[in-house]
Design a protein around this ligand. Sequence first.
Ligand SMILES: C[S@@+](CC[C@H](N)C(=O)[O-])C[C@H]1O[C@@H](n2cnc3c(N)ncnc32)[C@H](O)[C@@H]1O
Length: 352
Amino acid sequence: MASEDIEEGVLEDLSGSPAPSLYSFNPSVDERHMLRELYGRVVNSYNDTYLLPADDDEHRRLDLQHRIYTIMLGALYPAVPLVRWALRPRRGTTPAILDVGTGSGSWAIDMAREFPHCEVVGIDLVPPRILGDVPANCRFEIDDANLGFPHYRGRFDVIQARAVDVGIRDFPGLLNELAQSLRPSGVLLLGDGEMQLYDEQKRPISFSEPNPSWTHRIFFAAYNAMKNRGGSPDAPSMSPTWLRAIDSLTDVGWHKVFVPIGPWIYGERSYTDRARPHGSNREAANEREKILADMLRTNCLAFISGMGPLLMSEGYLPESVEKMQHEAGMELQELRVRLYSRWSFAWAVKKP
Ligand SMILES: C[S@@+](CC[C@H](N)C(=O)[O-])C[C@H]1O[C@@H](n2cnc3c(N)ncnc32)[C@H](O)[C@@H]1O
C-alpha cells in the first residue's frame, strides 16, 4: 500500500500498480502535507471545496455511516446481482474495484474481504484511518477526483463514488470520467444522504418554512456553504438523470430509503407495543428501523459537530455556529423534531 521512499511533491507512480493514482502515500512523511487545522478540526489541504473534517472523529463517523449503509441495503452494495456478475472470477483478468472518496476505507476493505479474487483501490484526498490489517488485495492512493481519471481508462469492473459529492465541482463530469474508467458490463454505484430534510409524512420541508427547527437551519446553512464552495450537494437526487444522459451507460437504477433521524416514531409507545399486532416479521422490521434511526441520530450529531470549518469558512461567526450546533443537538437528543432523511442509491451499467 504505502511506498517506502516517497519524496515530497513527486507526482509519479511509485506504487508499481498497473493503475497508478497521483501517488501512494507514506503516512509518516505525507500526512502533515495532506492535512491542516481549520477552526479546531483537521481538514484536507488540497481541496478547498471539501471542508468536512478529515480527522479521527470524522473517520469514526464514517465507519458508523458505513454500517448504516450496510444495514439499509442488507449488503455492501445495491444492485447485488449486477455487482456479483461484474466481479465474477474469470480466466485471464483480475476483476477490479475502485472506491472514489474512500474516507475511512471501510467499504474498500470489506469489499476486498468479500471478493478476495478482486483487486480493490481506494482513493481519497487524505489517508484512511486503518486500525487492523489491510487485506493484500486492497490498497489506498491519494488522488483528487476533480482532476479526472485519465490513468484509469477501462480499468475497473465496479466503481463506487459514495457520499463524495460535496467535494466534487462537476458531478456530471465525474460520472463521465467514471463511465470511461469502467470495463464493458462494469457497474457504477452512487449513494448518499440528501441535505434536504423530510417531515414525518416524508414530505420535503421547504427551506422557506416559518419557524424552522435548529436542525433544519444548520442543514440549510451547510447546504448553502457546500454550494458556495462549488460542491455538488444536489447529486443524490440528480444522479439518475445525470447517469441517463451518458451514452455509454445503460440500466440506470435508483433506490431510495427513508430513515427517521432518531427513534421519535417510538416515542409515545415502545416499539414492541407497536409491533406486537403485526407478528414477528413486522417486529423484526421495527427493531431494525429503531436501531437504524438511533444510529442515524448519532451519525447526524457527529455530522453537525463537524460542520464548523465549513460554516466558519463561509463567514459564520463561531458563536452562531456553536449556537446552531448546540440547539440542533439538543433537539435531536431530546427527540423534539420528527424528521426523516432520505438516502439515495443509484447505479448504471457500462454498455458491453
Ligand atoms: C463523507 S466521506 C464518505 C467516505 C466513503 N465514501 C463512505 O461512504 O464511507 C467523503 C470522502 O470523500 C473524500 N473526497 C471529497 N472530495 C474528494 C475529491 N475531490 N477527490 C477524492 N476524494 C474526495 C473526502 O476526503 C472524504 O473522505
